[in-house]
Design a protein around this ligand. Sequence first.
Ligand SMILES: Cc1cc2nc3c(=O)[nH]c(=O)nc-3n(C[C@H](O)[C@H](O)[C@H](O)COP(=O)(O)OP(=O)(O)OC[C@H]3O[C@@H](n4cnc5c(N)ncnc54)[C@H](O)[C@@H]3O)c2cc1C
Length: 416
Amino acid sequence: MLLDDMVERSLPEETRMMRDVTRKFVDEHVIPFMRQHWQQEWSMRPDGRLPDRILQVADEIGIRTLGVPEEFGGMALDPRTETQTFAVISEEISRGDCGLSDKLVQIWKVSVLLRNVAPRHLQELWFPRVVEDPSFLLAHCLTEPRGASDRWLPYNVPEAAMQTRAALKGDRWVINGRKQFISNGYDAKLYVVYANTNPKVGMLQGTSSFLVPRATPGLTVQRCNETLGGRFMNNGEIVFEDMELPRDHLLAEGDALMRAGIYFRPGKIIQGSKNLGVGVRAFEETAKYVQEYVQGGRILIKHQATALRLADMATEICAVRGLLREAAAAVDAKAPEADVLCNMVKLYASESVLRVCKHAMELHGGNGTMLDFGIEKLYRDASMFLHMDGTVDVSKFKIVKGLFPDTAGKYAGPEA
Ligand SMILES: Cc1cc2nc3c(=O)[nH]c(=O)nc-3n(C[C@H](O)[C@H](O)[C@H](O)COP(=O)(O)OP(=O)(O)OC[C@H]3O[C@@H](n4cnc5c(N)ncnc54)[C@H](O)[C@@H]3O)c2cc1C
């Protein structure tokens, strides 16, 4: 029985076909690259870590531009199951490498946002460029050095507002500030940037969003952050110094954070799915290892304690996948419980998959700690998910707020 096919009974045919194509891509291109060139992860030339060829093949099989409207050359997905499809495909890519998955899913998520909030002229200008260029990456810039949890909860008071500021001068927006920890921040060609446009009100009323081309004078990519895991995605820090932007590059004025919900909900599902892909790979590698490696005169799996660990790993993976599929369907159906389920996915996936990867490390013994074996990489990759897309504690607050709005929810984060 293949663990990959469990909890997948209700997958739509279209999604199943795309999953199989993606799995082939991962098995033929991504996993062999990671095995043969594991040192590339530690290259201090961020743009040289992943060969262009991998993004090109992702592009050829159509998984780079999911979320881009079909009229601009994107892949047509059934809107009733779009988030569910995102989930399945991002899990598969992440089985090969979660950094590669990060690179690609930022394109999907930002495209979903743009097709919902960007004025028509900006969609006509930018979507064709995204589609034509296999190296075109997108980024979504919210987090600032002062912290991100305030935005997630959110604290809707002027003191907690964005420190990046935008002011309209004549027919141009002038933006000053700094964004940190941004996925694809180092190498994106187009950024969605959030800035305060009204310091007198809270962030839900005073934050606006802008579409910023990389070549805009005043924008500097300050650095590539060297991270513990997910290293094939180049996370970056961006600075804006008197950056001038045409007035019509405004996406949403004042209520940009509220409108970003269209990005956040599928985003949480994709986050959980990338996380799950790391766990699936850890299980696959470990299941193979324990059926080949001998101790005490028999293969490891014939020692009962080993088999019990595998049962724990498989159960955690299936439980994460089951919760994910339910939450993704709730997002697609715009169900009221979608927010709580999304936060449950974030919480449960990040803690479970880390446990799965810890079992993998232990069952590989010393080999589990060796860089060229690839198991420690999965453990490092899994640990990143605790901190991405909001912290685990913030997700718990959101769950409490959703379930107990009149009692405990009032004390979870900002007291209302
Ligand atoms: C690999 C990676 C990729 C990322 N990609 C992006 C991206 O593309 N775009 C983007 O905008 N951001 C991105 N981020 C930022 C990410 O969303 C934040 O790191 C995350 O939300 C946590 O924010 P923080 O790091 O500022 O921690 P903080 O908010 O400073 O939190 C620090 C600690 O305090 C706790 N805490 C905070 N507030 C409270 C409270 N009120 N009550 C109790 N505990 C509290 C938190 O749970 C945490 O344990 C990325 C981060 C990483 C690591």
